[in-house]
Design a binder for this molecule. Structure first.
Ligand SMILES: O=C(O)CCC(=O)C(=O)O
Length: 351
């Protein structure tokens, strides 16, 4: 999907000297909209339901996190409590923060990308309330979801990194999910490519949603010549900015200063079909019979969720009186309960 027809802009980094064998990428800016002025319905119509990325500003002004979350705050609050950095890497929180503060482009420090607040730091949940209205619908939390894929109310992942550190791999999110990443502290560079440009991004053989490209900013065109054909969109997230990354859009992120953000995933009618395909395909590896059941069940559940979300949007008073629609389909920030603040003994799968 070509979003904009304007000429490709030169990257500010183009002025910087490229390392030998590297070419600075050209890019287009991602549209920015004031979230305080955008209605939820317009967000759905203009971005989520057209699978179009956008940066929304001013989405978290009332979060205590915006006032309190700093590297020093985390160090003081959690001391040497162990925290998950990646899939198989834990370290004491204070040591992690020290390494984040020492990070540099030449010697990047660790980047935290695997800590779900509900799993490991539920005491932080009150800091991200009121709920971000653009992080809905929340089908992942519906009681209609099969348990394996059900995720708690407002589950959020914490991302922390120092200058030059980055999310480990350019990828698109599994389960055909949309994503919302909200910057709380510092600046983060975000790069996205449209789904159809996947052909130029060298997907890994066994992880088709992971790219082999190591650096989309300073490109290695000898190793990845097709990368030059991909249309890169780029932005810098500042505190209070949320980027909406639609389903199947490739993305990469790098901290430009010490950066703290939270991330969540969304499912609704716009990406449900792809979600059902993906989980059924996954189930089929173990049991074709179960895969058939899962596909049938989720197809019907999708219709019910569609109807309940529509009812809540079009006739909120009736939906409220009926109670069930709000319970089965947490369609919007107005109807969904706030995060439970309870630690949940779950292991949220991510890819
Ligand atoms: O902000 C980031 O580091 C990217 C997060 C992300 O893409 C993910 O968690 O899937």
């Amino acid at each position: 999907m070509q979003m904009q027809s304007e000429a490709v802009q030169p990257s500010p980094l183009e002025q910087a000297e490229a390392p030998p064998g590297r070419t600075p990428a050209k890019w287009l800016p991602i549209e920015r909209v004031d979230g305080a002025q955008l209605s939820y319905d317009d967000f759905l119509a203009r971005y989520m339901h057209t699978n179009r990325p956008v940066v929304l500003t001013n989405v978290a002004s009332d979060w205590p996190a915006m006032r309190n979350w700093t590297p020093e705050h985390f160090k003081k609050r959690f001391g040497s409590q162990p925290v998950a950095i990646g899939y198989d890497r834990n370290m004491p929180f204070d040591t992690f923060i020290d390494q984040v503060l020492e990070s540099s482009p030449e010697k990047p420090g660790p980047y935290m990308y695997r800590s779900f607040l509900h799993e490991v730091l539920p005491e932080l949940l009150p800091d991200v309330i009121p709920q971000n209205k653009f992080a809905f619908p929340r089908r992942y939390a519906s009681p209609l979801m099969l348990e394996k894929w059900r995720r708690p109310d407002g589950y959020l992942k914490l991302l922390i990194g120092g200058v030059g550190s980055k999310f480990p791999v350019m990828h698109y999110d599994g389960e055909n999910a949309h994503a919302a990443i909200t910057e709380i502290y510092g600046d983060k560079e975000f790069i996205v490519y449209p789904p159809e440009d996947g052909q130029y991004l060298y997907p890994k053989k066994f992880f088709q949603n992971h790219s082999m490209v190591d650096d989309p900013v300073m490109m290695d065109l000898e190793r990845f010549p097709l990368l030059a054909k991909a249309t890169q969109y780029r932005t810098t997230l500042k505190p209070g900015d949320m980027i909406f990354v639609p389903a199947k859009w490739w993305h990469a992120a790098r901290a430009l200063s010490t950066s703290i953000s939270v991330c969540t995933n969304m499912l609704d009618g716009s990406n449900w079909g792809g979600y059902v395909d993906e989980v059924a395909t996954d189930e089929a590896k173990a049991s074709p019979k179960r895969a058939k059941f899962v596909r049938r069940y989720l197809t019907v559940a999708g219709r019910v969720l569609d109807a309940m979300e529509r009812l809540q949007r079009n006739s909120p008073a009736l939906a409220k009186a009926l109670v069930l629609p709000g319970i089965l389909a947490p369609a919007s920030a107005e109807v969904a309960p706030e995060p439970s603040r309870q630690q949940l003994n779950i292991r949220i799968p991510t890819s």
